[in-house]
Design a protein around this ligand. Structure first.
Ligand SMILES: [Zn+2]
Length: 129
């Protein structure tokens, strides 16, 4: 067993391995596996297979610079926005977008009609919260 681990470690030298993007894809596969129980057809099963192939391609890839750029893209445009969306306090705050710059803003719930100044573009508008 120790020999196998050593050989695996040797094999992975200079390769990308499992980064945040790959782990995100595995989580998506888990969602697809559950969704596949309820959605007829073979589409999700096929997508899952291609995703596994892509995950292993990325894990064993020696083009680490390229894989890091992909991972950075994933973290900036998928992981962090999703994390921020899922951790919203919907019980106490109302979330909405600035009509001018589309920045997501929040205000405490139950205040009625309020005047909002956007934190990004300083646009002033009225909003019922
Ligand atoms: Zn704005």
């Amino acid at each position: 067993m120790g020999n196998f681990r050593y050989k695996l470690a040797q094999f992975m030298i200079g390769r990308n391995g499992f980064d945040a993007f790959n782990i995100g894809l595995i989580k998506l596969i888990l969602i697809f596996i559950v969704a596949d129980l309820f959605i007829p057809g073979r589409l999700l099963g096929r997508l899952t297979l291609f995703m596994w192939i892509y995950i292993y391609y990325r894990a064993f890839s020696k083009n680490i610079e390229r894989r890091r750029a992909e991972n950075q893209w994933y973290i900036s445009y998928v992981h962090l926005p999703l994390k921020s969306y899922l951790s919203r306090d919907r019980k106490n705050y109302c979330y909405f977008k600035c009509p001018t710059c589309k920045q997501t803003l929040r205000a405490p719930k139950g205040r009625g009609k309020i005047r909002v100044t956007c934190s990004r573009c300083h646009n002033v508008f009225e909003k019922k919260v």
